[in-house]
Write a protein that binds this ligand. Sequence first.
Ligand code: NAP
Length: 321
Amino acid sequence: MKKRIVLYKRLSDALLARLEAQVDVTWVDMTTPDGLARLRDALPGAQGLLGASLRLDGPLLDAAPDLKVISSVSVGIDNYDVPDLTRRGVMLTNTPDVLTETTADTGFALILATARRVVELAGWVRDGQWNKSLGPSHFGTDVHGKTLGIVGMGRIGEALARRGAAGFGMRVLYHSSRPKPDVDARYDAQYRDLDDLLAEADYVCLTVPLNASTEGLIGARELALMKPNAILVNIARGRVVDEAALVEALQARRIRGAGLDVFVQEPLSVDSPLLGLDNVVATPHIGSATHETREAMARCAVDNLLEALAGRRPKNWVNAW
Ligand code: NAP
């Protein structure tokens, strides 16, 4: 008899067909108002879950006593209580590597858009205001040749370092759990304490996972250490930054600007003070959101799920025992 899984993220026809050839699939559309209730109803008897962006708390997991594996279509695992999953004997898998380059592209898009005021000035053209030549009040600031500070020198951090060093002739500084001599050698990069990095970098780019050690990592004190002309880019998770402190720093122009792909509350409310600031570029959590990469992530998640249900060790097993 086929094992049953609950799918709560839409897959391409090809991937769905591959999945359905091996397991019984119960599809739950989480975008409908009764999505959560339907998910809860589908959980009893399910041995696998495949999806993303859902906080699977204790009561939901209690409704899934046969669960063997959660295959998350994401690299970030901050939605899950990993020790609790391990206690329950539930494997958790994620999708690292396949989204690294695309997410680093997003980081650079935010660096460039914020530094060169791309969104603000494109809006200005669209509003019919380009009826005279530009003056200094429309100028941005350079990216090439500046100092890039990366907080979290992992997969995405390194992809940013490569773009900064090779593509934009930037000096690369980084802060991470530990210095990485191989990274230093590859990009002529230098390790710094967080405070020193904040004081030296022109672009501070956050690529740490959200966990107890990184929640609120960048608060009022850290923002005060940044140069007045510096730009903060967050492609990690919203809660890595104290958003109220960031709003204050941006309003007071204590830093030049911010490029933000992630927020404490997502979707970001239209009432967010961040959206009233012309020195903010806000994108709707699009780090990995290209056709190619989302398909690669889904393929990776399907592989992980099927491997786990076949009793083998999936490639991206987070809580391996
Ligand atoms: P990764 O390879 O694990 O890199 C994270 C790095 O952060 C690691 O080098 C880690 O150090 C370091 N780190 C962990 N805690 C730290 C701390 N307290 N202080 C300083 N450094 C710390 O992960 P990744 O694949 O690059 O992804 C990073 C994060 O980006 C994900 O967890 C996810 O939340 C976010 N992300 C966002 C999007 C988006 O759509 N915006 C897309 C993809 C990923 P060690 O090397 O010592 O472990």
